[in-house]
Design a protein around this ligand. Structure first.
Ligand code: AMP
Length: 725
């Protein structure tokens, strides 16, 4: 039996996992175990009976896609990057020591003496440099590729610098060996090595701060239950989710989750489906209403017919949207690449002009070519690869201290450009659940006492409104508790009849409403109303609503001063959305939008050349977060929102968005300065390389090259650290 791990695309729930696993195991000579979270199948197969191609086909036949054999080596190679970096750091020091000890008057290794043993010296430098070329082969390949496609980037510039120094030094080495000429001062092997090392170091820092692996599917496994209760002729039966078939009648009791998308056949219940709709109050569902897999049944018994299962379900659709959006998101052009794209042609032109001018001046071909190469050698700044990652890392550190977790390293390079900020309502601008917002007290009791009484009764209710009181500890003995459907609750506390509910309760117990005006006022503010009655007297009116988060209003006001357009998206109804939109002075409110429509709003904005930040918390926001230029999620939100976003606000404080924009602006400024300093000394070297200063006896030597490298690298390091203050 042979063993392979296949990567599988498209599995989004445990039903999918079971389907693939079963289908594979049905095949002759195949033994498979499928891991949904890792999106992998561990397969043992009999080579005589099946081939790898057959395995791919089986996966396709089961309805999913095989992405081929999981390449463990490649992943391991990535993990080794730290050790490579350390080993090459040591090698860099050795190389620098050998090549520079004579300049710095440090003890010289006798047999590697530059002038006494030039051949040993040069060959040692060559041998020590070759590993760096292998180490940086990916950069060189990419640099040449980009050059051939006429879109030079940072890699191209690095490649030119590295290859020019290496080939030039190699040619000189051959001359040293064959013609015994003293050309040892014209070896730039260590420049090649240093440029590669610094670029690799920059990449490493960049990668460390880059986004963590996406584990979006993990959460969705928990959203949809792994089993369902099916109604059969022999009564109820618990079955695993993959056994559910279309048109099965399933049962859902209070506290349970809906297992698959379907339609209610009988029963009534409040279902919490905020994760899809953003509706802050669980909605009442009865016969013929649709239900979505993963919604939580709060209080009723319902029977529903299974309709969309596994891959076709609403949840799977969201996963598909997120994956698509993440995969098609265009990477931003990074500044170092943009600068290089201008610098590369400029350098090549200068080099060619130098070459031609030398020939025109009647100089020897040899001299012309040497000047040509020298220009290329000095042009590539060693600190180029460090300029961006260092600033970004420091910027991310500053952000983290403020509770802003930046997941994607390019975020700080683009956040400052955002012109439109789209907020989700429920759970992002608001807390996402009902809270007590107002209390009008008409009694001698303290507010605290009234809330205690109400909480003691509501504690026994499963109605969504009761959740608003769960933070208040009930401390009264309640007897004769009764639920009055559609109206409220009644009970006896301290020998007094207490009623809580909507205004219909007044009619029921036969008392007049003196507070209609107050009720109207509270409703206008978006509250649901609870009358509290003791015996036959109204003792209070309590308003509950989904309360806006602290700082939301202040933050939006400041963002508007910063010229950002603010949009609010909500799956909730227009009435509630508009109340909140008006209170927060939001420019545009879009209500009643499904996850797919949220994504579309974002896509349309981006198509119209807007740079859009999306701020959200829920599963229904995930596709929009993944689509946006910068996705920001709230820490208390769902894992899938966090996975789909670039930034997480650790303490749910919306005002941190302003800090994020400011840090991004400062980071970009530092990056630009870094690039300036990285290039500055190299640009100063170019005239010397061309030979303009030859008449006064100054020509380029490795001392100048090394010096410019060291100074520019140090400047970049210290300039980046300035971001901290
Ligand atoms: P329902 O049809 O069950 O959603 O209830 C209709 C209305 O009755 C609600 O909108 C509330 O105004 C009121 N109500 C029901 N249960 C309660 C409760 N536990 N506390 C306060 N009001 C309630």
């Amino acid at each position: 039996m042979k063993k392979v791990i296949l990567k599988i695309e498209g599995m989004s729930c445990s039903a999918c996992q079971n389907r693939v696993e079963k289908y594979l195991n049905k095949q002759d000579g195949v033994n498979a175990s499928v891991n949904l979270v890792m999106a992998q199948a561990l397969i043992k197969y009999d080579e005589e009976k099946v081939t790898l191609n057959d395995l791919d086909r089986f996966v396709e036949e089961s309805g999913y896609k095989s992405l081929g054999v999981y390449n463990k080596k490649e992943e391991e190679k990535k993990d080794n990057s730290k050790y490579y970096l350390i080993s090459y750091a040591i090698l860099t020091v050795v190389l620098m020591y050998i090549s520079m000890s004579h300049m710095l008057e440090l003890p010289i290794i006798p047999f590697l003496h530059m002038t006494r043993h030039p051949i040993y010296y040069a060959i040692t430098l060559l041998l020590l440099t070759i590993p760096f070329l292998i180490y940086g082969l990916d950069i060189i390949k990419s640099g040449i590729g980009k050059m051939l496609h006429k879109s030079p980037n940072m890699d191209t510039l690095v490649t030119i610098g590295v290859l020019a120094s290496f080939i030039y030094s190699l040619a000189n080495l051959i001359i040293i060996i064959t013609q015994k000429e003293k050309l040892v001062e014209h070896l730039y092997f260590e420049s090649s090595a240093m440029i590669i090392y610094f670029t690799k170091l920059g990449r490493f820092i960049d990668k460390k701060s880059k986004e963590k692996t996406k584990e979006a599917i993990k959460e969705l496994v928990q959203i949809t239950p792994s089993s369902a209760t099916i109604k059969t002729e022999d009564g109820e039966k618990e079955i695993t989710i993959d056994k559910v078939k279309k048109d099965d009648i399933l049962i859902c009791k209070p506290g349970m989750k809906i297992a698959v998308d379907g339609t209610i056949m009988s029963g009534v219940a409040h279902l919490d489906e905020a994760f899809i709709t953003g509706e802050s109050i669980p909605s009442k569902k009865s016969t013929n209403d649709k239900v979505i897999a993963g919604s939580i049944n709060i209080d009723g018994y319902i029977e529903y017919k299974a309709e969309k299962i596994g891959k076709d379900s609403t949840i799977s659709e969201i996963v598909r949207l997120v994956v698509e959006a993440t995969n098609t998101k265009a990477p931003i052009a990074r500044i170092a690449d943009i600068v290089s794209s201008y610098f590369v042609p400029a350098i090549i032109i200068i080099a060619i002009l130098t070459f031609i001018t030398y020939l025109l001046l009647g100089k020897e071909f040899n001299e012309a070519i040497i000047s040509f190469v020298t220009v290329l050698v000095v042009a590539c700044p060693c600190a180029l690869g460090l300029a961006t990652p260092l600033a970004v890392v420091v910027g991310e550190g500053v952000s983290a201290k403020k509770g802003i977790l930046v997941k994607d390293s390019s975020t700080l390079e683009k956040a400052y450009k955002v012109d439109t900020i789209v907020f989700d309502k429920t759970g992002t601008l608001t807390h996402g659940n009902l809270k007590i917002s107002e209390i009008e007290n008409y009694s001698d009791y303290s507010n605290k006492k009234i809330l205690n009484i109400v909480s003691s009764i509501e504690n026994k209710s499963t109605h969504p409104i009761a959740r608003a009181f769960k933070e208040i500890t009930p401390d009264h003995n309640v007897s004769k508790f009764k639920n009055i459907p559609g109206i409220g609750l009644s009970a006896v506390i301290n020998n007094k009849n207490i009623y809580v509910g909507n205004n219909r309760i007044l009619k029921k117990i036969g008392i007049k409403n003196k507070y209609e005006e107050t009720e109207k006022k509270l409703i206008q503010k978006g509250n649901s109303i609870i009358y509290v009655i003791e015996n036959k007297t109204i003792i209070a009116i309590i308003g509950v609503k989904d309360v806006v988060r602290d700082n939301a209003k202040k933050t939006i006001k400041k963002l508007k001063i910063m010229n950002k357009k603010i949009i609010m998206l909500s799956g909730d109804n227009e009435y509630t959305s508009n109340i909140i939109g008006k209170y927060l002075q939001i420019d545009k409110v879009i209500a009643k939008v499904l996850p797919k429509e949220k994504e579309k709003v974002l896509n349309d904005l981006i198509k119209n050349n807007h740079k859009v930040m999306m701020v959200g918390d829920g599963i229904n926001d995930a596709p929009a977060l993944a689509t946006s230029s910068v996705g920001v999620s709230i820490n208390s939100g769902t894992d899938i929102a966090a996975d789909s976003s670039d930034v997480i606000l650790m303490n749910d404080d919306l005002s941190k968005i302003i800090d994020l924009l400011n840090i991004s602006k400062k980071t970009i400024k530092i990056i630009k300065q870094n690039l300036f300093w990285a290039f500055f000394y190299n640009i100063l070297m170019i005239p010397i390389a061309i030979g303009i200063l030859k008449p006064v006896g100054i020509s380029i030597t490795p001392i100048f090259a090394s010096l410019s490298m060291t100074i520019s690298s140090l400047t970049v390091v210290f300039n980046s650290l300035r971001l901290k203050y």
